[in-house]
Design a protein around this ligand. Sequence first.
Ligand SMILES: [Ca+2]
Length: 242
Amino acid sequence: MKMKFLPLLLVVVTYSAPVRAAVSLVEFGEYGASAISAAIPDNNASGLARSVTVSGYELKAPYVVTVSLKILGTGLGAYNGDYYVDLRHLSADGSMTQLAVLVNRVGRSADLPNGYSDNGFDVTLADSADDDIHNYRFALSGGHNNPITGALTGTWQPDGRTADPFQVLDTSMRITTLNGLGLGSPNGTWTLFVSDQQAGGMGQLVEWKVSMQGVPEPSSASLLIAGMGGLLSWYRRRKKAD
Ligand SMILES: [Ca+2]
């Protein structure tokens, strides 16, 4: 009988615990007034790397990480299927590098070895999006051979395929996520790397932006519900034991 008062005490303690709203937004990159028009060298695996170093942020991980990316083609032959793009984070103390593959030769498959022939990206990449950017034509029209008009727009899941850009296919394993880069401090050096892996046609990197949104801590209401759930399951276990 004495034991049965314990869960009630637990609920009260949980409910009265201080609750912080630790949501924060970290944004950086080259966008808006800082936008660039940097040529992405054609058929050159060394590519183009653009870095931004950030400091002074208080650690509020985990973050939901999204990337805005704008690449313009420059005429016929600047295929979206030419590009490999990733985002890298080097920690402030230099001890750790993490990477998320954003684009890896979209549309490339056994049937389409050059990938999609569309021209340009003006997209947001987010793990929570509905569809994989690698197969965007299929998501938009139900077919891989239906070109789009102008640059690809909208919000897409990052490609995530770490396979060699000369080997990658739609069936390659998707390994990296963007939110995987949001588990530690945002401080350090962030690099957007873009390469054009196929001769013919050249594009320009115009804009890139990384947004890291802190995940809200549980509210007092959800803590109370969790506490009551614990009480209920404890009571059921007790009843069974009795
Ligand atoms: Ca090219």
